[in-house]
Design a protein around this ligand. Structure first.
Ligand code: NAP
Length: 294
């Protein structure tokens, strides 16, 4: 058996096209142009690449994109001051502070300064708490993407056994809440979990969000399971360049799983597309409009 490969690139492109249609509709019907502000502090090359891609895709969806680049030695007060101005700016409906922040800045305080209604990364404690309480919330983009990819295979996740490996605020924890909202039965594993292979073998749905290349082996997978690989590690390749590797031993898993996301071309593609969804949703909510049809 060979697993079906879940085409994150295609699914993300379809989602971006649906967002663009909805953006055009709210512009036409309500004179509303959703706006996303991205704040980049310092010049970390990986962060610069992500910010450029967010900027391009935001504009391509017909939204307004505002970029704010601050030096790595910016003070906490200046950064929080900028967030305050973006909170008050009526053209801005989503605020994203690119993480990680340079040393010396208090990430928690910076996230807490974002207006929860504009917190399109879903990291503000209000949104995390609302999500955990089963209330409507802006949810983190990568877990949202994981759910969309899973639902491209399974119409309903009700009653399925899901294993989430990793418990970060960015991925693992919110993913657990989203899976509960889908009525899956969820187990969350982490570095102190015992017998991870055995936990994995019981799961119909496996989400690996660890950051350890090829940690999940093929013989950990239940035959026919759906495997969503969130992990991204850049490793040197034979040709002297680098390659991206996921948390799942892809070739091994391909022979056993029912469906699997590749790295690259899987979850990574969905994160920015879901950021656009969150920005559109935030803009509609702030304007008092019904939620968009995405
Ligand atoms: P993180 O904050 O470092 O969290 C990693 C989690 O993995 C922690 O909960 C840790 O457990 C757990 N872990 C570490 N070693 C383990 C082991 N041997 N067995 C089981 N669990 C173990 O990372 P993150 O931000 O969630 O990101 C995880 C991966 O996803 C990274 O590769 C990252 O690059 C990738 N990522 C991809 C996207 C995307 O768009 N595709 C977005 C975000 C992240 P403890 O809590 O016990 O330490």
């Amino acid at each position: 058996m060979t697993a079906r490969i879940i085409d994150g690139k295609l699914i993300a492109a379809e989602l971006r096209a649906r967002v663009a249609d909805e953006v055009a509709r709210v512009q036409r019907e309500h004179d509303l142009t959703p706006g996303l502000a991205v704040v980049l502090v310092g010049n970390d090359p990986a962060s610069e690449v992500y910010v450029r891609s967010k900027h391009k895709q935001t504009q391509a969806a017909g939204m307004a994109s505002f970029e704010h680049v601050l030096p790595a030695d910016v003070t906490q007060e200046k950064l929080i001051g900028l967030i305050g101005r973006l909170n008050r700016d009526p053209a801005v409906h989503g605020i994203l502070v690119q993480l990680p922040l340079p040393k010396g800045l208090d990430t928690e305080a910076v996230i807490a300064a974002i207006d929860p209604a504009k917190d399109v990364d879903g990291l503000h404690p209000n949104n995390a708490g609302r999500l955990a309480g089963g209330l409507p919330a802006l949810s983190p983009c990568t877990p949202l993407g994981c759910i969309i990819l899973t639902k491209s295979i399974h119409e309903s996740l009700e009653g399925m056994d899901a294993l989430v490996i990793g418990r970060s605020n960015l991925v693992g924890r919110p993913l657990v809440q989203l899976l509960l909202n889908e009525n899956a039965t969820v187990t969350i594993a982490h570095s102190r979990s015992r017998d991870l292979p055995d936990l994995c073998r019981r799961a119909d749905l496996v989400y690996a969000a660890v950051g350890k290349p090829e940690m999940v082996r093929g013989d950990w997978i239940k035959p026919g399971a759906t495997v969503i690989d969130v992990g991204i590690t850049r490793l040197p390749s034979d040709d002297g360049k680098t390659r991206l590797v996921g948390d799942v031993a892809f070739t091994e898993a391909l022979a056993i799983a029912g469906a699997i996301t590749p790295v690259p071309g899987g979850v990574g593609q969905m994160t920015v597309a879901c950021l656009l969804v969150n920005t559109l949703r935030a803009a509609c909510a702030i304007r008092g409009l019904p939620p968009p049809a995405v």
